[in-house]
Design a protein around this ligand. Structure first.
Ligand SMILES: N[C@H](CCC[C@H](N)C(=O)O)C(=O)O
Length: 279
């Protein structure tokens, strides 16, 4: 029986199966990913993270991401921090500033002490076509009908698509109902991640995210970045914001430079390393 080595990791409870596909031959099919993601019959995770050789010269690794439903996606912020810790602890690099190719571009991971990682998540893109989101005109706020409700949302790509809406009380927000309806709304042809944000003050936001392909997770890194830049565009927060998610806090900063990139800093935890059958 062919077996595969993997690590189980998490970033604030957003949990991952991480596989070194440089030193192991693996074929990733949607059905295999779904089976491994199953929390009863498989390993159980929100996303599968895959380490591959970079295709571009001068870049350290390629980083592939699959949601629990088997869909391959462009970006995962919590996963990027775990990716960084994994490649260092597996001895795949001796660097601590690691460049990584993703399906949405190159990000840079800075491994710090105490298993914390700081990530340059790149430049947000508010153009509807970048999500994609079927609105001709880019707007700061969009009004759309969802589950018989008229919602006011922000829309931004962090490499992956995010819709963000304000709520008065994060604890009673209809995350499952509206998150599921908005995730597969026809205006988002490739579906969308949905962030529910309660602004506490200009430096503090409570956030819950219903993730595309994974339902509500305990934390979402790109969701934290998306919420920060949308709320900043609405002039509700400043350039340095703590986002409190059910699994813990992420610090997200706007660097304001010519590239106007977003930095995210948070933990990356190793849970265990094991092997799984890969027939
Ligand atoms: N569900 C996301 C991918 C994982 C993002 C999230 N886990 C993060 O930490 O950014 C999507 O379909 O675009």
């Amino acid at each position: 029986m062919k077996t595969l080595k993997f690590s189980k990791m998490h970033g604030l409870g957003n949990d991952f199966m991480v596989i070194d596909a440089i030193n192991q031959q693996v074929e990733f099919t949607p059905s295999k990913v779904q089976a491994w993601a199953d929390r009863h019959f498989g390993i159980g995770f929100d996303q599968l993270l895959v380490v591959e050789r970079a295709q571009q010269v001068g870049v350290d690794f390629r980083y592939r991401i699959f949601n629990a439903d088997g869909s391959e996606v462009q970006q995962c912020g919590n996963g990027a921090r775990c990716f960084a810790r994994f490649v260092v602890e597996q001895g795949l690099t001796d660097k601590h500033d690691i460049t990584v190719e993703t399906a949405s571009g190159i990000i840079v991971l800075y491994v710090q002490d105490n298993h914390w990682v700081r990530v340059n998540m790149g430049k947000p893109n508010f153009a509807p076509a970048s999500l994609p989101f079927e609105f001709a005109q880019q707007q700061a706020k969009y009004h759309i009908q969802v589950a018989d409700e008229s919602l006011e949302i922000g829309a931004v790509s962090m490499g992956n698509p995010h819709a963000v809406l304000l709520v008065d009380d994060i604890d009673t927000a209809p995350v499952a109902l509206l998150g599921k309806a908005l995730e597969s709304h026809p205006l988002f042809p490739q579906r969308v991640n949905v962030g529910f944000a309660q602004v506490i003050d200009s430096a503090t936001v409570k956030l819950r995210v219903y993730e595309r392909g994974a339902t509500e997770t305990l934390a979402c890194g790109t969701g934290a970045c998306a919420a920060m830049v949308v709320l900043r565009a609405w002039q509700l927060v400043g350039d340095d914001v703590r986002l409190s998610l059910p699994g813990g806090d992420l610090q997200v900063q706007w660097d304001g430079g010519p590239d106007s990139v977003v930095w995210m800093t948070g933990p990356a935890e190793m849970v265990f390393t094991g092997t799984i059958a890969d027939d």
